[in-house]
Design a protein around this ligand. Structure first.
Ligand code: AMP
Length: 284
């Protein structure tokens, strides 16, 4: 696996691949890699790309909490080994200046209401930071496909919208990959290692509640489904619920009647031991 630190070098590298008709898959991450990230690389391989570029960049602009940024794990040696083990071709490992050079100009994205609910409401400025970094990474990497995890459902919607606004959706395909889970159902996340042993045990009830809802929502109204799911979480001592929203998969707005939406997702964030744990399932 090649390790590239410079944006200009990566641009040249990708241009060379494209001149030779090789397809490039791109997987942006913040490192502390786990099976969820590795699955994105496997999907790039299975989708017929010949070159797989994973970036690791802990983007300060998307952290609204300085402590969360400071505590974000950065086990780079282990990450390199994991990437090599799944057949990643290139690790793009830029520093801050490579991503945000002095002459860098933000793109004036407008997300209508995609960024005013859920994560947008609870993490001010988060999606502005995500959008700018993904846009910049796409400019540098110019892939044929970008792979992102369903675990960050709202983030995928934001990236889909930014690609439309920047006229990239004709050139680059966005592939959403299902959430990879621990054996007990907990969605894999780089933040899970910050849970205490007791917190880790309780965390299983997040996915349990979502799967319960998946099996039972048809007998309930969306409002009842939301209330009963929250009650179930609270009954397990998970009472720090940032939100539990039942939303239209396209507009990300809350659903009042099932028949109003073609596709519905339930998205939740629960705090355990001060760690924000995100999860979602698609109901239909
Ligand atoms: P992050 O390093 O947290 O920014 O995540 C990088 C990419 O990996 C994003 O597209 C995430 O949605 C995706 N990802 C993170 N956790 C998982 C998971 N458990 N399953 C699938 N994709 C994931």
């Amino acid at each position: 696996m090649k390790i590239i630190n410079s944006s200009a070098t990566l641009q040249e590298f990708v241009a060379y691949q494209h001149q030779h008709q090789l397809r490039v898959g791109f997987i942006p991450t913040m490192g502390a890699l786990h099976e969820g990230h590795l699955e994105l690389i496997r999907q790039s391989i299975q989708s017929g790309n010949q070159v797989h570029i994973c970036s690791i960049f802990v983007n300060p602009k998307q952290f609204n909490d300085a402590k969360d940024l400071e505590k974000y794990p950065r086990p780079i040696e282990a990450d390199i080994q994991k990437l090599e083990s799944v057949g990643c071709s290139v690790l793009f490992l830029p520093d801050y200046e490579q991503i945000y050079p002095e002459n860098w100009q933000r793109f004036p994205f407008q997300f209508a209401n995609l960024d005013t609910t859920m994560e947008g409401l609870h993490r001010t400025g988060h999606f502005e930071g995500v959008a700018q970094v993904v846009y910049r990474l796409l400019q540098i990497c110019t892939p044929d496909q970008i792979f992102m995890g369903q675990k960050d459902f709202q983030q995928v919607a934001i990236v889909r919208s930014l690609m439309k606004q920047a006229h990239l959706e004709q050139k680059i395909e966005l592939v959403r990959v299902p959430t990879v889970r621990e054996l007990d159902g907990l969605a894999m996340s780089s933040r899970n290692i910050r849970l205490s042993a007791e917190g880790r045990k309780r965390a299983v009830f997040i996915s349990k509640t979502l799967f319960w809802l998946q099996a039972n929502y048809k007998n309930l109204t969306p409002n009842e489904a939301q209330n009963q799911s929250k009650t179930q979480l609270q009954a397990q001592g998970l009472d720090e619920i940032d939100y539990l929203e039942i939303i239209d998969a396209f507009s990300l707005q809350p659903v009042e009647k099932w028949e109003d939406a073609l596709s519905v997702v339930v998205c939740v964030v629960v705090r355990i031991d001060g760690v924000r744990l995100l999860d979602n399932v698609i109901l239909y």
